[in-house]
Design a protein around this ligand. Structure first.
Ligand SMILES: [Fe+2]
Length: 478
């Protein structure tokens, strides 16, 4: 087993198997705003070993749910494995049974052939937690969101998509359109004629297809863009042949090829009617995360965290991370402008030279609309891994940071203050690994100034993970 303590942040990639089912009250240093009434729900990979095997990639680990509850200035904590089929089968058999992002189950030749016809899509939802169609769900990049109880973190079952919403791969970053009271997302149906399928899930649970886009080699897209009127798929040139995916026998992501000569392709689809309004092309970049997008008088503005290529995926293999290998690739806040018209052109501009990942905005007030502030994690002290919280003013480029030696913060979730007027009036909630104490704590920052308001120490070190959301007690909505 790799030595996980030979570099500072090794505990971030160590499995956590201890569950705390009955919430415990955390000791709080500082003062929490009393208006914070609800829960921060997060998911992430938490178990990387099954029997004698170890998952290959950070994105593969078995999902754990975490709940930080807020009431009258107090914080409680509970955590529980997601009761996915992938987890249940691994526990029952001691074997990796479902194919993950970069790990396949062990199979005999017969098993491999059988798997082609029964791909056993994983339901290991370790990427994000959202409110979807009236349910609280954990998501990964298959079409099997798992519903769970936000109060006790008990897994309830799959949120099924009904025909014509068929496909194998989807995303963990649906967008919410408050005016239309529905989420938008997309899935990919692989086949002889592969297609992207854009769809919506209304708050009452009803589902509808918005558009289908035929594609020869589907791209790997971890998120997409939404404005008030449009949905925008940005195809990065990391693409796959459906046939290879089915028959290669290689883990999912290893079938994708980086083909920079393809450049970027923007598909702009009208939410009303699903017509494709424009396609545009740009120079190749790769991204996991869109930040925001909006319409202006000339067309669309689309902001994302761009990498020069897709090598960041290779840098996140577990053995590499557990060896403490620094991450070289840096994502930068990058703006694309897509103009409508006959000569559709894309203009690209880097908004800040400061590396940023796991971006968040004041989503409730500014999703799909003009905005100014982006919060995320950055690289400040170590130069090796995400170790700070960064706020970038997308208008002026001004940057603020929060960091301290030995602390490794995760995604900062913005929660607006009641009756907030300013875009950045509220707090950030981030789970921080404190290596000296070998524990994590929940950090509460003033979102405007990045000054610390409070921290609440968790009972254990929580492995580095990806996303979550704050669910207000009043609305129940993320
Ligand atoms: Fe993500």
């Amino acid at each position: 087993m790799p030595d996980q303590t030979s570099f500072p942040y090794g505990a971030g990639f160590r499995s956590l198997t201890r569950e705390i089912l009955d919430p415990v009250e955390l000791s709080v240093r500082g003062t929490l705003p009393t208006w914070l009434q609800g829960a921060l729900l997060r998911t992430g990979p938490s178990k990387f070993e099954v029997g004698a095997r170890t998952y290959n990639h950070w994105f593969d680990g078995l999902a754990m749910l975490h709940r930080f509850g807020f009431e009258q200035g107090r914080v409680s904590y509970a955590n529980r494995f997601l009761g996915s089929k992938a987890f249940t089968a691994a526990e029952a058999t001691g074997k990796i049974t479902y194919a993950e992002f970069a790990t396949d189950p062990c199979r005999s030749l017969f098993g491999r052939v059988a798997a082609m016809f029964d791909p056993k899509l994983t339901d290991n939802c370790n990427v994000n937690v959202v409110g979807l169609g009236g349910e609280t769900v954990a998501l990964t990049e298959t079409t099997m969101p798992l519903r769970f109880s936000p109060a006790v973190l008990a897994t309830l079952g799959v949120l099924d998509y009904e025909p014509p919403l068929t496909g194998q791969v989807s995303i963990a970053h649906p967008h919410y359109d408050a005016a239309r009271e529905r989420h938008y997302s997309y899935m990919v149906e692989f086949g002889l004629n592969s297609r992207y399928r854009l769809f919506s899930v209304a708050d009452d649970g009803s589902q509808a297809e918005v558009a289908e886009i035929a594609v020869d080699r589907p791209a790997y897209m971890h998120s997409f863009a939404m404005t008030e009127r449009y949905l925008v798929l940005v195809e990065f040139p990391l693409t796959v042949s459906a046939l290879e995916l089915k028959f290669s026998g290689k883990p999912f992501i290893r079938n994708y090829r980086w083909q920079p000569e393809r450049g970027l392709k923007f598909h702009v689809v009208d939410k009303n009617g699903g017509a494709e309004m424009a396609t545009a092309r740009g120079e190749a970049v790769f991204a996991f995360h869109h930040v925001n997008a909006f319409e202006d008088k000339d067309g669309l503005v689309i902001d994302l965290i761009a990498y020069p290529d897709a090598s960041i995926i290779d840098e996140l293999y577990l053995a590499r991370l557990r060896a403490g290998t620094p991450i070289d690739a840096t994502g930068l806040l990058t703006r694309f402008r897509v103009k409508f018209g006959n000569n559709t052109a894309v203009i690209r501009e880097t908004l800040s030279p400061v590396p940023l990942e796991l971006p968040r905005i004041n989503y409730e007030a500014h999703a799909g609309k003009p905005y100014r502030y982006v919060w995320g994690t950055g690289i400040q002290l170590s130069g090796d891994f995400l170790d700070s919280i960064v706020k970038i003013d997308a208008e002026t480029g001004k940057v603020a940071r929060w960091y301290a030696q030995g602390l490794y913060p995760g995604e900062p979730v913005f929660v607006h203050a009641p009756d907030a007027i300013a875009e950045d009036e509220g707090v950030l909630l981030s789970v921080v690994l404190d290596i000296a104490n070998d524990r994590s704590f929940l950090l509460v920052l003033d979102a405007a100034t990045l000054e610390e308001k409070a921290r609440a120490e968790a009972p254990h070190a929580i492995p580095f993970h990806f996303h979550g959301n704050y669910f207000s007690q009043k609305t129940g909505k993320a």
